[in-house]
Design a protein around this ligand. Structure first.
Ligand code: SAM
Length: 271
């Protein structure tokens, strides 16, 4: 049972939603805050590599696990369309966005996003100023709910997601622990970022199951928030290798970058 469900459909930052269950221990609460082109990945460098890597692969299965409102899934779709064009990028679509929060996924399917000025800047930065190709502004503006411990509020503009983008993402409401078993077992580009602490007791079992879905032609991308809670931080855990070239990225190459425990003390330089 949830006792504190801070959420407002009108005043919805893309996306701040804090759910706390009664005991308030890790695994019993989660936050769904997210933003476009979240900083813990070198988006340009990584997607240039992805495009080359999958040049001869006819279908790539792309997942945004723990997707929140879809900011991440839409970021993936936008960067691929911007780099390849809609037609060539087709083999990466749809991006499957999975989250167990019904309110968020239900709202995500409505096709509106509330963007902060920073979201707008980041979208333009990574798409070559194509924000308007993907989103139509409405005249609705409002302050977000206070976010995080600092209680910061942002001025948001409500945008309609245009069909070119909306069509590329499918939202599924499901717990990752069950969804993982339904995933295909090859050619997967899996984003599973900034949710590992919430998986808590199930994180080991989940990592093992995810490993079965990660072949030599697959990648797993995690986030900075996952630093201490994601089991793959340990060397070669469940067969995952930490990429030397891309921080927060794991593969099955067998050539692990670090010898010991993974640490995230240095922040990723944006590209
Ligand atoms: C901080 S958001 C991460 C959003 C996005 N991946 C990012 O990095 O910006 C964490 C999300 O994990 C989701 N989540 C937590 N535990 C989950 C589970 N067991 N199954 C599915 N989603 C889960 C929450 O609903 C929330 O939307």
């Amino acid at each position: 049972m949830r006792i504190d469900n801070q959420y407002s459909t009108i005043n919805f930052k893309t996306s701040y939603r804090k759910v706390i269950k009664p005991s308030y221990i890790m695994g019993d609460c989660y936050e769904a805050s997210t933003y476009f082109f979240r900083k813990d990945l070198q988006w340009n460098k990584f997607f240039n590599h992805i495009i080359e890597k999958y040049q001869n692969t006819p279908k790539v299965n792309v997942f945004s696990l723990a997707s929140s409102d879809g900011s991440e899934a839409y970021s993936i779709a936008m960067i691929l369309i911007s780099k390849l064009g809609e037609k060539v990028a087709k083999k990466f679509f749809p991006v499957i966005a999975v989250d167990f929060d019904r309110t968020i996924t239900r709202n995500a399917r409505k096709g509106f996003m509330n963007l902060s000025a920073d979201d707008e800047l980041r979208i333009n930065k990574y798409t070559g100023n194509k924000l308007n190709n993907f989103f139509e502004p409405t005249n609705q503006r409002f302050l977000s709910e206070p976010m995080g411990s600092s209680g910061t509020q942002e001025l948001l503009t409500k945008f309609k997601t245009k069909p070119i983008l909306e069509d590329k993402v499918v939202f599924i409401t499901e717990d990752l622990n069950t969804y993982v078993e339904k995933m295909p077992d090859k050619n997967n580009l899996i984003f599973c970022r900034n949710c590992w602490p919430y998986l808590w007791r199930t994180s080991d079992e989940f990592a093992q199951k995810l490993s079965l879905k990660t072949d030599m032609n697959s990648y797993l991308v995690v986030g900075d928030f996952d630093a201490l809670c994601c089991p793959m931080n340990l060397k070669n855990c469940y067969g995952f290798s930490m990429s030397k070239d891309f921080q927060n990225v794991f593969d099955k190459s067998g050539s692990n970058y670090h010898d010991g425990m993974r640490t995230f003390f240095h922040k990723i330089e944006e590209d």
